[in-house]
Every structure is written in C-alpha cells, then in structure tokens.
Design a protein around this ligand. Structure first.
Ligand SMILES: C[S@@+](CC[C@H](N)C(=O)[O-])C[C@H]1O[C@@H](n2cnc3c(N)ncnc32)[C@H](O)[C@@H]1O
Length: 271
C-alpha cells in the first residue's frame, strides 16, 4: 500500500487517512463488497485502506485521467515528470500550463498535471468555464516522488475502477453490500463558494441537500456509509440518523494561502 497520494489536494484527508481507514476497516465487508468513493480527490483514504475491489470517481476529468494514466503507465509518466522537476519559474509554469490545456490526454498530460498540482498556488485546482486550468504560479521547486512511490500508487490503483462522473451517477451504482466513503466539497455557511470550486461547477447548499437525500436512501438500502463534512447547523440537520464524531486539526493547503482551522465532523451509520 502506498504511504501517501502523489498529489497535494485541497480538502485532502492525508492526515486523517489512517483514522478514517480504521473506521472503514471495521465495517462488515461481504464477499462482493466494493469500496465506493464518489469524491475521490487525492485518494489518501483509499490508499490507506487498500480494499480488494473499489470504484473511485470524481467529477474532475483531469484528475481522473491522471489516475488512469498512472495506473496503466506509471513509469512513463514518472520519466516525463522527472524531466520537469527541480527549479522552475513563473514563465516556465505558464508555458507548461498552456501546453497542459492544449493536450487532450496521454502520459505527458499526466506528468504536467503533477507539475501543475505541485507548483501552482497552494495546490488549488480550478478551471475556467472552458475547462482550462487557470491557477497562478506558486512554488519555485518541483519536488518529485521517487519511482517506488509511483509504482506503489499504480499497483494500488489497479484494484480500482476509476471513473469521471458526477457523484449522483456514482451513487446510483451502489448496492447493499458496498461500503461508501463520502467526502464532498465543503459547505461554508456565510462565505464565498470559491473554496468549493474544484471543478467547473460549484457545490452548493442545494447539492448538499440532494446528497443527503441520496445518502438517506442508501442508508435505507442497508449500505454502510462514512462521511466527512464541514460542521454546520445545516449539515447536522441533514444527517439526523448518523453518529457524529469530530475530526480536528488544520488544513495544510487552502485557497487563501493560509492554514485554516478544520472543523470537520465524521458521520457514520455503522460501528
Ligand atoms: C474534499 S475533496 C475530496 C478529498 C479526498 N477525500 C482526499 O482525501 O483527497 C472533494 C472532491 O470532490 C470533487 N467534486 C466536486 N464536485 C463534484 C461532483 N459534483 N461530483 C463528483 N465529484 C465532485 C472535487 O473534484 C474534489 O476532488
């Protein structure tokens, strides 16, 4: 199992992955159970858990293509990314960003994805209405994970079906024996929604309400579900039947460049 994700991901659960994986491991896993994660992001909980079968999905097509490419051709992506590593500059960053936005797919696009993720401002992934990545330059040094880490991530991803889809389509495939981990974009009451804008759309209060209604239906079906969500009165009202515990600490990256206090809660219907 890999120690960590290759990526830094806003809202990523790297720090809490061992704790969340322990909770998920305590679920009742049947023979045909899949681990399903509809907002997979940096996938740190998946890597910590190492389930036999999984469906990993996210609405960010660049992220999903990166995982598919690393799963199939980790060494080729690593070789290209290694050529991009070391000192970098704003001018170089802008050239690579333009090239990334031109390319449709492939190993070079995946290597550029890693470069941009690790050198852009605070690891934020944001695209414009055309779907082009538009985050400015942030870091002057691209540090590269060792080849061994790439190969471990690749081996781990081979157990998973990796799809680009909206959470609602992913959740529609869930069956009774599946174990579902849901880590949606934050609900921030009384603030701008910029932090939640991972993909072209924004995850609004309406999305949180729709998600809670589907989670309720999965609960009724008998699925075991774990959620991590930002604490707010809205969120607590939406999940009245779930057990709540706190997930304290600090975010390591944030859209405003500061370290933000986390006030996330863990909700579950099992254990
Ligand atoms: C809080 S992050 C998940 C972090 C992840 N658990 C980790 O440890 O890195 C939320 C993810 O939801 C994805 N997302 C946003 N809107 C979505 C949607 N409508 N359907 C599916 N995924 C979505 C974003 O691209 C982002 O990767």
């Amino acid at each position: 199992m890999p120690n960590a994700s290759l990526l830094r991901w806003v809202g990523g659960k790297v720090r809490y992955a061992p704790e969340l994986a322990r909770i998920l491991a305590s679920a009742k896993w049947a023979r045909g159970s899949r681990y399903v994660e509809p907002f997979v992001g940096g996938a740190s909980v998946y890597f910590a858990l190492g389930p036999k079968r999984a469906l990993l999905a996210d609405a960010n097509p660049d992220l999903v293509s990166f995982y598919q490419c690393v799963s199939d051709s980790a060494q080729a992506v690593y070789e290209i990314a290694r050529g991009l590593s070391g000192r970098t500059s704003n001018a170089e960053f802008l050239d690579y960003r333009a090239e990334f936005n031109e390319l449709q797919s492939g190993t070079r696009k995946a290597a550029l994805f890693l470069y941009l993720n690790r050198t852009c401002f605070n690891g934020v992934w944001r695209v414009n209405r055309q779907g082009n990545f538009n985050v400015p330059f942030g870091s002057r040094e691209l540090t590269m994970p060792e080849l061994g880490a790439w190969l471990e991530v690749s081996a781990s991803l081979k157990s998973a079906d990796i799809q680009c889809s909206d959470w609602a389509a992913t959740v529609n495939t869930v069956s009774k024996q599946d174990v579902v981990f849901i880590d949606p974009p934050y609900h921030q009451a009384n603030s701008t929604e910029s932090f939640a804008r991972y993909t072209k759309g924004v995850f609004s209060e309406g999305d949180h309400r729709a998600l809670a209604a589907r989670v309720d239906a999965l609960d009724a079906l008998g699925c075991q579900i774990l959620l991590t969500v930002s604490d707010s009165s809205l969120i607590r009202d939406l999940y009245p039947n779930f057990k709540i515990s706190e997930l304290g600490g600090w975010y390591t990256v944030g859209a405003k460049g500061s370290h933000l206090r986390s006030n996330e809660i863990v909700l579950r219907n099992f254990g």
